[in-house]
Structures are given as structure tokens and as C-alpha cells.
Design a protein around this ligand. Structure first.
Ligand code: AGP
Length: 605
């Protein structure tokens, strides 16, 4: 979480910093701030609580000049969202922006106290500025001072330092948190990701773990964790693919939901050609005895859906795990198993740590990742892109369905490699999968009905979501979406589990959303729905036309989904989950694209 940026430029840097921060706001929006060194060499800063727009307003009345600067958008970890706790933090001639957590900041504070230096903020980051300023007061030059500080830091960080009196020096460092260096014409940049730097340059060098960089307008010198000069490749990014606009929609989320037929089409064109699965040659499940799927939040739920496909279609035992639990549980892993890490950002700290845990213990690690340049994509043995394009809304929509599509292809490959299905069965499954983009297009038609239901849902205190089989994790995803977008308490349950406790919650004020396509589990799910209605529960039944005809009577409302999709129907049923949450949030007037307390890229534990 938190986004950082730094620029040694040839123009006034404050507007550029704000532009870059706009692209990093998905990392947090508790406060924002910038610091610049003006042409007289004076370091100064402006900070504001809340969204970036508050900082922009402040800069209109209290401008900052200078062609060198650093900026930050905060997701609060240590200390509330106040101006005092906002970055950049400053001590004497040093200003610092930070993403991550300095775990030993209390020890560092104790050392600083002995030198008579007292913190002014609640943050862990301030100790970095205090320590560096202290080193400079003892006679070290900025580079020596920053190095001496870096040597004392434990935890995760991406840092950028700026110094009073030197408008041509910036120091950047990373450990655990990502950091990109951008190369311009007589200008240099750093940013938490390349997308932030896309308005300025397409030439990027990714720092590796433990690296620090000494940056001037003339270029960058990179040093590795041992302090040796290091060569890191420069890559060109596709700036066109970094365009961020709402395309006429009111919110990014609405745009991203509507993009699903197109992006799912792209995914399937990439992984299925002429009726054949196209994956790297090394993806063969012939000798694999177990698959492990790990992720957080929605990415974890994508793995949960895929568990049904791996087990039912491929007959391959499959475990799923939440990355934050997996990494500390120390599960024994078979060296014939594969571990698959699912992540939109590819930077989620817990998922990355889970990948590190699995490395060397399993036969292969796979990353199913949307951001191709991310740590999980780079560090997995095999990276499979989910090709959803940039997802801006903090709540995941198209990234989820694209993850499902890639995992579906993997499950079918496993089934074929293990001889669980013959060519005809594989072709039938691939036909079902290829039909998904067209069916998604039809599924988008539920938008109007979801909008009409939003008034009802927005008045509820609690909402329950029920599903069976592979629709159970989709119910969990529906509840997660509603919680994060509308702040309404929601829970997902396996339909059959309801009578083991949660049914006590049912009364006429609790909307119950039932996901029940007319499949082999339909009758069972409908029985559970009847149990709800018998207790005056108000049901929203989501099914296909046959299912609605058969079981729609007596429900509060129904949503009709297209028929088809075979085993891959969960991908379709994600759409009403997304629209119900979206329109309920709009009805409640919450911040759809940037819900409170959240960040899109969760780079702290
Ligand atoms: C989804 O709507 C969430 N905002 C969140 O659960 C997200 O899926 C999770 O933080 C994992 O992120 P990742 O896919 O970038 O790893």
C-alpha cells in the first residue's frame, strides 16, 4: 500500500507529481503530500488529509516550485490519517516518502532518543528521516547518510529521499516493496509502478530486492544488497496499455464490468487456438499429484472456484489457501505438487511471501497474474497473464473473471494431461468456455434489474448469499463485493450449511440472494431456499429461465441469467454479484471506485 513517486525533471515538478500520484491513488487515499527542492535549493513540502484532490486544492493556494520533488499517497498503517502523519516526512535537510513498514522503528526511536531526537509523528517512516538527518548532522554526505540508514532498517520498504540544497540528487531503495526507475531525456523518475511514470517515460528499470539507486539527471547508479554496483535491465513498457480513463462511464467499476466480454475473449484467444489449449510447454500435469491455489480476497475466491474444476474435471486433488494463513502455517508440501499463486496486482505481500515459502518445496510455482511486470509474475517459475488490462476500481471485477478463465484452461489441461477426459470431452468443455464471452454479453443485461433492486438492498443491515458447488465461492464473492462497496454487512454460505446455524439470522428484513442455475444441484439449493422462505426470508433468486420458471414463485425478485457455459457458469454468475454491489453502492452514495479503508495493492501484511 502507499504509492511513492520522485522526479528530477526539467519542468515545474509539482503538477507532474500530482499527475503521477493520481495513477497511484489505488494504493491508498488517506492522505497525500509532496516535497520539492526549488531553484534556490530550498526543500519544502505540502500535505493534505484525504484524497489527492485535497492536496491539489492546497497547492493552488500554497504552490510549491522546483524541478526536483517526491510525492506520496498514503494508506495508513502507523497512526491515523492526519496531516502530521502524512508523507513526505522531514528532518533537517532530508525528506522521505515510504511504502511498506519499518518493523524495528521502536528500536530506532530508542536509539534516536539517546541522541536527543524526538519523533513528531506516530509513523514508522519518520524514523527514516530522523536517522538520515542525524547522520548528516554528524557530518555524513547525503549518500553516506542514506546508506547508513538503510543498513539499519528491518521490514519492507520502497523509499525515496530528497535533500535540501541539492536539486540534482534523489536516492531510492527497495526491500520487499516494488520500485521502478524511469529514464527520460535529461530527466529521471522513480515510482511504485511503471504506470505512474507512463506520462513521462516508457523506459523503465525495476530495482531488485535489496537494491538502492543514486539518481541524478545524468542517470542512475544501482547498488545491490551487498553494496556492489549492479546492472539491471532497462525495459520498454507499452504506454498505450497504461491509459486510464472512464470511457464515458460514471465509475471505473461500471466500465470494468462492461469490459468483461471483450477481455474474456482476449484471454481465451490467447490460451485456446483452433480448439487446442496453448500454454508454455513446461505446463504438463502428467506427474503432478496435487495442486495448491493461494491468494487473498477475490483472488483467493477465484482459486476456490477453480478447486471444483481441478477436482471434478481433472480428478486432481486441490487445496486452497488464504495467503496470510498459508505463509505462517508451515504446511508440508509434496515435491510432486504445483503451487499456483493468483493475484491481480502481483504485489500482494502475503501472496508473494506464500510464493517464497513454496519455492523449493513444490515441483513448480505458477503465477496467475494481471500485472505482468509484478514481483509474483517475475518470481514464479511460470507466469500466466490474466490479460484483463488495467483494473482501476479497488473492487475487483474483470480481473476476477479473467483469473477464472485462466484457471479453467489450466484445469482442462490437467484433465487432458492426466487422461481424465478424452478428446471429445475436452472439445465439449472448450466449446463451453469459448461460449463464455458471448454469454457474458447477455449476462450484462441484468444491470437494469440490479439497479432496480438496489433500493431494497441498500436499506438492509445484513444480506446473505447462498450457493452450492462452484457457485458457493461465487456467493462468497458476492458478499465480499457488497461489503467492500456498500459497507453493508454480508455473508456467503454454502446453501447446505445454512441450517447448521446461519438460518437463525433469517427474518423478513434480511435479503437472501440465492445462486441456483438449473444444474444437478438445483433441487438441493432450491430446497434450502424454501427453508428460508418458510421463515419469512425475502429471496432474490438468480437462475436461468428454466430455473426461474420452476422455482421463482414466492420469491421477492428474480434475475434471469443466460443458459449455457457448462462447468464454467460461475464466470457468468459473477456479473450479477458485481452489479448488485455496484448499484447498491451507488444508491447509498458510497465511493464506488475508492471505498473507505481499502487499497488495491496490499503490499503490507
Ligand atoms: C477485491 O475486490 C479486493 N479488493 C481484494 O480482495 C483483492 O482481491 C485482494 O486484495 C487481492 O489482491 P491481488 O489480486 O492484487 O493479490
Amino acid at each position: 500500500m502507499c504509492g511513492i513517486v520522485g522526479i528530477l525533471g526539467n519542468h515545474e515538478v509539482a503538477p507532474q507529481l500530482v499527475e503521477a500520484l493520481k495513477r497511484l491513488e489505488y494504493r491508498g487515499y488517506d492522505s497525500a503530500g509532496i516535497a520539492t527542492v526549488n531553484d534556490a535549493g530550498t526543500l519544502d513540502r505540502r500535505r493534505a488529509v484525504g484524497k489527492l484532490v485535497n492536496l491539489s486544492d492546497r497547492l493552488v493556494h500554497e504552490p510549491l516550485t522546483g524541478r526536483a520533488g517526491i510525492g506520496h499517497t498514503r494508506w495508513a498503517t502507523h497512526g491515523p490519517a492526519t496531516e502530521g502523519n502524512a508523507h513526505p516526512h522531514r528532518h533537517g535537510p532530508v525528506a522521505v516518502v515510504h511504502n511498506g513498514i519499518i518493523e524495528n522503528f521502536r528500536d530506532l526511536r530508542a536509539d534516536l532518543a539517546q541522541a536527543g531526537i524526538t519523533p513528531q509523528t506516530d509513523t514508522d517512516t519518520e524514523t527514516v528521516a530522523l536517522l538520515t538527518g542525524h547522520h548528516m548532522a554528524q557530518g555524513m554526505c547525503p549518500v553516506e547518510a542514506a546508506r547508513a540508514t538503510l543498513a539499519r532498517l528491518h521490514g519492507a520498504f520502497a523509499l525515496a529521499f530528497l535533500f535540501d540544497g541539492d536539486g540534482d540528487l534523489m536516492i531510492a531503495a527497495r526491500k520487499g516493496s516494488p520500485l521502478a526507475v524511469g529514464h527520460g531525456e535529461g530527466e529521471m523518475f522513480v515510482g511504485s509502478d511503471a504506470i505512474a511514470l507512463a506520462p513521462f517515460t516508457d523506459r523503465i528499470t525495476y530495482l531488485e530486492d535489496g537494491d538502492h539507486a543514486i539518481i541524478t539527471r545524468a542517470g542512475v547508479e544501482i547498488y545491490d544488497a551487498q553494496g556492489r554496483r549492479a546492472n539491471r535491465d532497462m525495459v520498454r513498457i507499452d504506454v498505450g496499455a497504461t491509459a486510464i480513463d472512464k470511457g464515458g462511464y460514471r465509475h471505473f467499476m461500471a466500465k470494468e464490468i462492461a469490459e468483461q466480454p471483450a477481455v474474456l475473449g482476449d484471454v481465451l484467444n490467447h490460451y485456446v487456438k483452433n480448439g487446442r489449449i496453448v500454454l508454455p510447454e513446461s505446463v504438463s500435469f502428467a506427474d503432478v499429484d496435487r495442486v495448491l491455489l493461494v491468494g487473498c480476497g477475490t483472488a483467493h475466491l477465484a482459486g476456490h472456484v477453480a478447486k471444483y474444476w481441478f477436482e471434478q474435471i481433472a480428478g486432481l486433488p486441490c487445496d486452497i489457501d488464504i495467503a496470510s494463513e498459508f505463509r505462517y502455517r508451515e504446511p508440508p508440501l509434496s515435491d510432486r505438487s504445483w503451487a499456483i499463486f493468483v493475484s491481480q496486482s502481483g504485489e500482494t505481500a502475503d501472496t508473494l511471501a506464500a510464493l517464497h515459502y513454496a519455492q523449493g518445496k513444490v515441483a513448480k510455482t505458477l503465477g496467475v497474474v494481471n500485472v505482468g511486470t509484478s514481483a509474483i509474475a517475475r518470481e514464479s517459475d511460470i507466469a500466466l497473464p490474466t490479460l484483463a488490462g488495467i483494473e482501476v476500481c479497488v473492487a475487483s471485477s474483470k480481473a476476477f473473471t479473467c483469473q477464472l478463465a485462466v484457471l479453467a484452461v489450466l484445469a482442462l489441461k490437467a484433465a487432458a494431461d492426466r487422461g481424465r477426459i478424452d478428446a471429445a470431452a475436452l472439445a465439449a468443455h472448450l466449446d463451453d468456455l469459448r461460449a463464455i464471452p458471448g454469454l457474458l454479453n447477455q449476462a450484462l443485461a441484468v444491470a437494469d434489474d440490479c439497479r432496480a433492486l438496489a433500493g431494497w438492498l441498500s436499506e438492509a443491515q445484513d444480506v446473505l448469499y447462498l450457493g452450492r458447488g462452484a457457485l458457493y465461492p461465487v456467493a462468497l464473492e458476492g458478499a465480499l463485493k457488497l461489503k467492500e462497496l456498500s459497507y453493508i454487512h454480508a455473508e456467503g454460505y454454502a446453501s447446505g450449511e445454512l441450517k447448521h446455524g446461519p438460518i437463525a439470522l433469517i427474518d423478513r428484513n434480511v435479503p437472501v440472494v440465492v445462486l441456483a442455475p438449473r444444474d444437478t444441484l438445483f433441487e438441493k439449493t432450491v430446497s434450502n431456499m424454501q427453508e428460508v422462505m418458510a421463515r419469512h426470508g425475502k429471496v432474490l433468486l438468480i437462475s436461468d429461465a428454466d430455473g426461474i420458471t420452476e422455482a421463482g414463485e414466492g420469491t421477492r425478485a428474480t434475475l434471469t441469467m443466460p443458459m449455457g457455459g457448462g462447468a464454467f457458469q460461475p464466470i457468468l454468475y459473477a456479473v450479477p454479484m458485481q452489479y448488485l454491489a455496484y448499484y447498491t453502492a451507488v444508491a447509498k452514495g458510497t465511493d464506488v471506485d475508492q471505498p473507505r479503508n481499502l487499497a488495491k495493492s496490499v503490499t503490507v501484511e
